[in-house]
Design a protein around this ligand. Sequence first.
Ligand SMILES: [Zn+2]
Length: 213
Amino acid sequence: MKNHILSLSFLFLFTSLAQAAPFTVETKEGKSTFDIDDSFSAEQSMLMKNALVKLSRVATEVGKSNYLIWVSERVTRIRPAPETEEHAGATAYYEDQSIFVKPVFFESYNQSDFQISILVHEARHSDPYPHVMCSRKLSPKLRPEMKKQIACDGNEMGAYGTQFIFLIDLMKQNLNTQNLEADLKDLGVRILDEKAREKLQNTARTVFPDFSL
Ligand SMILES: [Zn+2]
């Protein structure tokens, strides 16, 4: 009986710790707090916290802020996505000031910097910048299977362009050790406006001189 009471109090302690979900990162640019849902596993939660800390190390273009502050101005909570058919094929999605993360986000975490850029992408959707239907007529280098998918943007201001610029900032600030050229191409060809693609292409050439979209 005594043992039983002991294990119950441990359970209570564990539960109350797990509910202490707010996660704050403090940098010289300011403080950012997120509510990280307590239904993530301990490992997932740790990976997410590492991702957020890395975001705080990347200065935005203007240099007055960092990407974590930028994300926290748009997102207050990070939660596991419920298992539904909705948002099929997505790694994460934005809804109601929250980023919903699917298990695949953590499974492919070996490409960690790309995963981190997904958080920037999702935060941009809050502004709101929804995707538009892809068109190979407008962006000839799009993969054939992308045709008619709602997975493109009209210009560079949307989620893909913002994600693209984040990855360039990451590389320019020497915070990345991975080769993200193929990922950048995949993002860049999703911008349907030719002038906007050219703009992103020129930005990418500061890192990859032969970059073309
Ligand atoms: Zn999106």
